[in-house]
Design a protein around this ligand. Structure first.
Ligand SMILES: [Zn+2]
Ligand SMILES: [Zn+2]
Length: 278
């Protein structure tokens, strides 16, 4: 299945493959090519795209909500911005499943015949690694934030700090030690793009937990410590496309290379999730 190619071609009205579409699809594509096209209207017309499928046997998942026995997390999204909800990124749907209950699988799931190209992921398999994260400075107490700037504490801990970081120890902590870049389950909010704000469940008021981060880049030029060993050669390349092949395997892009982080209610799988640009 080559969704990207199909979407690109489908966007072109002269695409001979348009003949392969159903009359319903052709009618929707015609609307896309209409300058008065209303994106909001598209929401319920385009099949959602699969974005992540994670098995508990492969990836450490946060505890499924409400003590359920789910061992499979599936995330899909509507591959457009949603300005009507002031959400300049796709809107996701989250499904917790028990693999034992999944018996009938569609052999040819519906594909979107239109999508924002930046929101069509290149299919990837995962090579997950487990890392420990710590809250970023905005989520720490004032006292801990001050301690991060105290050079003597770093020295006492035997940390070897690059001289360039010396005046910015809290930035070094934020970039290289606290929150890992890239796609991940669990972890902490990065903050920075938006200021910290409480994330209560809209149904029951329970604090929501980070579930999945959908990242534009696996690593960036800032926190060198997170670059996987196997990507170090690519990371040192002066050629952008060499670096991008390694750091952007899915080729999706949230805004200006940001992340889309999904939060879930740990109490009840039926409570709606929330999402933040990070
Ligand atoms: Zn939508
Ligand atoms: Zn809730």
């Amino acid at each position: 299945m080559d969704q990207q190619r199909r979407v690109r071609k489908a966007k072109n009205p002269d695409d001979p493959r348009a003949d392969d579409h159903t009359p319903e699809e052709l009618a929707i594509m015609e609307r896309f090519n209409n300058p008065g096209w209303d994106e909001e209207e598209t929401d319920h017309l385009v099949p959602m795209l699969p974005v992540a499928q994670l098995y508990a046997r492969d990836v450490l998942l946060p505890h499924p909500p409400g003590g359920s026995k789910a061992d499979l997390l599936q995330v899909l999204w509507c591959p457009f911005d949603h300005p009507e909800q002031e959400q300049w990124m796709p809107r996701t749907a989250v499904f917790w499943r028990s693999t034992a209950d999944v018996t009938e699988i569609l052999t040819s799931p519906p594909e979107p015949y239109a999508a924002e190209e930046l929101y069509v992921p290149v299919p990837c398999v995962l090579a997950p690694e487990q890392v420990i994260e710590y809250p970023t400075p905005p989520d720490l107490s004032k006292e801990l934030q001050e301690q991060l700037k105290d050079r003597s504490r770093w020295q006492a801990a035997g940390a070897r700090i690059d001289a360039g970081f010396a005046p910015h120890l809290d930035s070094y902590y934020a970039g290289d030690l606290s929150v890992a870049p890239g796609w991940k389950t669990g972890g902490h909010p990065r903050w920075g793009y938006v200021d910290p704000w409480p994330r209560p469940c809209l149904s029951c008021g329970t604090d929501m937990d980070p579930l999945l981060t959908i990242a534009s880049v696996e690593w960036d030029g800032g926190g060198q410590s997170w670059i996987p060993y196997e990507d170090e050669t690519a990371a040192a390349s002066p050629r952008n496309h060499v670096r991008d092949l390694a750091r952007r395997p899915t080729a999706i892009q949230i805004a200006d290379l940001h992340d889309q982080q999904i939060y879930y209610c740990p109490m009840d799988p039926g409570h709606p999730h929330r999402e933040l640009m990070q």
